[in-house]
Design a protein around this ligand. Structure first.
Ligand SMILES: Cc1cc2nc3c(=O)[nH]c(=O)nc-3n(C[C@H](O)[C@H](O)[C@H](O)COP(=O)(O)OP(=O)(O)OC[C@H]3O[C@@H](n4cnc5c(N)ncnc54)[C@H](O)[C@@H]3O)c2cc1C
Length: 318
């Protein structure tokens, strides 16, 4: 059986978790087994996990799950995997997933691959594909242990409906007491899809000249229902918050659409964005390196081009 750990936020299943479930479903199909989901805490839309391939949702509820504690969550997931005799355990490659995978691998004595970009090859053994060298190359890694552990990179596959609502069934687990206590949570932005999950991203660089000009980036992002990002010098200069910085030393993203405004396209920037499905570059310098990676490019002054683009999309939306 393939067991998928489902991440939630505000009692709702996260988009990354739907992708993980769909990835689990496709993996289970290849292995001729079922895909089941594990929910720690509550999610009002848990039954909908069945739409993306979970035949059953196991739910354990406890106040220990109210806030994320790596030790509590990894112990519960490992325990559930053993109890349900899972042969494959799938996580999202989110910040929580990144912190869980090592601990769960230790607890299950399992080989693991993080940030998988494709469904495992199961014809000969069990091998998982992931990007390396800032996604300039792909490797296939074989996992030989009895239980295999994989985390799935966000936006790696297009999910589709393959089933109907799933039953949610309680699972009894010995849940640990948290070793930490979260005192407060200050949300930076509301109603905006976090960068790793965003399907559309509008990003600004030093070409914007200063933080006072960011309104045109935000307006374009707004009409496209996109998340905003920036290059590293922009966040280093405190024009934008650090959680918006994409690239080799920032967040690596793979949205369907990445619009780069006034960004030169240095290799360290490209390392975090060159897996985007469609890249649009707006730059006044026709020699800017970013144009080599672009699907569409506009050579022009961003202060002229971007408001026109926003107005045109507004018209289209209307
Ligand atoms: C170890 C290391 C790690 C790094 N990691 C990262 C990282 O993770 N992410 C990252 O982004 N960078 C990273 N960098 C920095 C990277 O090398 C570049 O310096 C940086 O990406 C450049 O940012 P930029 O494109 O915003 O600025 P610039 O290179 O200054 O480019 C600005 C661009 O704006 C254009 N422009 C100017 N005015 C206009 C206008 N009016 N209209 C249209 N276009 C205009 C210019 O033609 C230019 O191409 C790293 C560097 C190092 C050494």
């Amino acid at each position: 059986m393939v067991l998928v750990f489902v991440e939630t936020e505000n009692c709702k299943v996260r988009k990354a978790a739907l992708e993980a479930v769909y990835y689990g479903y496709l993996t289970a199909q290849k292995l001729g087994t079922s895909c089941q989901a594990l929910l720690l805490g509550n999610a009002e839309d848990a039954t909908a996990l069945g739409l993306y391939g979970a035949t059953l949702v196991h739910q354990s509820d406890s106040i220990s799950f109210n806030f994320f504690d790596n030790q509590v969550y990894s112990a519960a997931i490992a325990q559930a995997a053993k109890k349900l005799e899972a042969s494959v355990v799938i996580l999202s490659h989110s910040s929580n997933g990144k912190s869980l995978i090592g601990n769960i691998a230790y607890l299950l004595d399992s080989g693991s691959v993080s940030a998988a970009v494709d469904i495992p090859e199961t014809d000969k053994g069990f091998s998982v594909r992931k990007g390396v060298y800032s996604s300039k190359a792909l490797v296939n890694i074989e996992i030989n242990t009895a239980i295999k552990l994989v985390s799935v990179l966000g936006n790696s596959l297009q999910i589709s409906v393959v089933g109907s609502n799933a039953e949610v069934q309680p699972i009894a687990l010995d849940v640990l007491q948290p070793g930490i206590k979260v005192l407060s949570v200050d949300k930076l932005q509301s109603n905006v899809t976090p960068l790793p999950e965003a399907e559309r991203v509008v990003s600004g660089g030093r070409g914007l000249k200063g933080p006072e000009n960011w309104g045109i980036v935000e307006e374009l992002a707004d009409v496209l229902h996109a998340t905003t990002a920036c290059s590293r010098p922009v966040s280093d200069a405190d024009w934008r918050p650090h959680h918006e910085h994409v690239g080799q030393t920032g967040i690596a993203i793979r949205p369907n659409l990445y619009i780069a405004i006034g960004i030169s396209g240095a290799i360290q920037h490209l390392a975090g964005v060159n897996n985007s499905k469609t890249i649009v570059v707006i730059n006044k310098d026709p020699e800017a390196p970013f144009f080599k990676s672009a699907n569409y490019g506009v050579v022009g002054d961003l202060f002229d081009v971007v408001p026109k683009l926003t107005a045109a999309i507004k018209n289209l939306n209307a």
